[in-house]
Design a protein around this ligand. Structure first.
Ligand code: ASP
Length: 331
């Protein structure tokens, strides 16, 4: 008899491992960390499970993701077809994006979660988990890097974003839509993705460099930067407007940072379309910001741009490499 295919599940917490109270409110991590992990799996599939943490996803630490990465690599080396990570939905896309910088194996690494606690009516965790297990086993998922599976759809880690804080249909992919639908024995691919960008490989750092996101809108000239100690920032992501624009009075402060060797990346708060390189040339526009030494984030959301910049700074990347790696995410 053929040995069953094996999928290894690592859990980090989130709503999939939470229970709500008797009134249907106040969901919190359940006593059993794998409360959300009971799900029908095909007979010829063996699912192993190791809980890594049971926390709300904003509290997931880089060191825990580093542990997940190492455990996932070990599981594949030990014969697992793929690995599933259960995770809170609030930062699921961040962990997926960060892990995708280091996951250099063909086997799928699949993140999933739930919008409804494990004991809520219509809990979506078991179905999402079953779909994530199917995806981890799917031949077509091999080589696609890190994936997020939610509500029967498969998303690429570099595109997926949470678009609803309430609906079970909580994730979308910009600008392409999901890469596949989950099928019983394989995925139904919607398109074939192009090459992976910014694949660093190696170990995920336990500590990420200090790179905050500063949102600049109407009337905000980034004065906060004047109050920071000179070495407070290891990099900065600006969440600008439109195609990556800021108030003109902020530009001098950003130029002062790049002149001191602090990398500055400009993203946009607009959900679709990304930043540009040369649509506009006026004070505070992308052309002006590039002249000031800033790098444009292209299609990356501000929070993905932050993680990419942190990964690159942690890897010792210089200004040229930083702009090259971001260019790969441009439009
Ligand atoms: N609302 C969250 C979730 O869906 C909580 C979290 O992100 O941990 O899991």
């Amino acid at each position: 008899m053929r040995a069953p295919a094996r999928v290894h599940v690592l859990s980090l917490g989130g709503t999939i491992s939470m229970a709500q109270d008797a009134t249907g409110l106040r969901a919190a991590p359940a006593d059993a960390p794998d409360a959300g992990l009971v799900s029908p799996v095909p007979e010829d599939v063996e699912v192993t499970h190791v809980p890594v943490a049971n926390v709300g996803s904003p509290s997931v630490r880089p060191a825990q993701l580093a542990e997940v990465l190492e455990r996932a690599r070990d599981a594949v080396a030990g014969g697992a077809a793929g690995v599933v990570v259960t995770h809170g939905t609030d930062t699921l896309e961040e962990s997926a994006f960060l892990l995708n910088r280091y996951w250099d194996l063909e086997a799928p690494l699949v993140l999933t979660g739930a919008m409804r606690p494990a004991n809520a009516p219509g809990a979506d965790g078991p179905a999402n988990l079953r779909d994530a297990v199917r995806t981890a086993l799917a031949p077509s998922a091999r080589g696609l890097g890190v994936l997020a599976v939610f509500d029967s759809l498969v998303h690429l880690a570099d595109r997926v974003t949470k678009v609803s804080s309430r609906s079970v249909d909580a994730f979308a992919s910009e600008p392409s839509g999901p890469v596949a639908l989950v099928g019983e024995r394989d995925l139904r691919l919607v398109y074939r993705p192009t090459d992976r960008s910014a694949l660093l490989g190696g170990a995920l750092p336990d500590r990420l460099p200090r790179v905050p996101v500063l949102a600049l809108g109407l009337g905000d000239d980034a004065e906060l930067l004047d109050a920071l100690a000179p070495d407070a920032l290891e990099g900065l992501v600006v969440e600008g407007v439109g195609m990556g624009h800021v108030p003109e009075r902020a530009v001098g402060r950003l130029r002062a940072l790049t002149a001191r060797g602090v990398p500055v990346v400009v993203a946009t708060r607009v959900p679709s379309g990304g930043t540009s390189l040369n649509h506009y040339d006026y004070p505070g526009s992308e052309v002006d910001l590039i002249r000031a030494g800033c790098v444009m984030a292209g299609a990356l959301t501000p929070h993905s741009a932050r993680l990419l910049l942190q990964a690159l700074v942690a890897d010792g990347a210089d200004a040229d490499r930083i702009s090259r790696e971001f260019e790969a995410f441009g439009y």
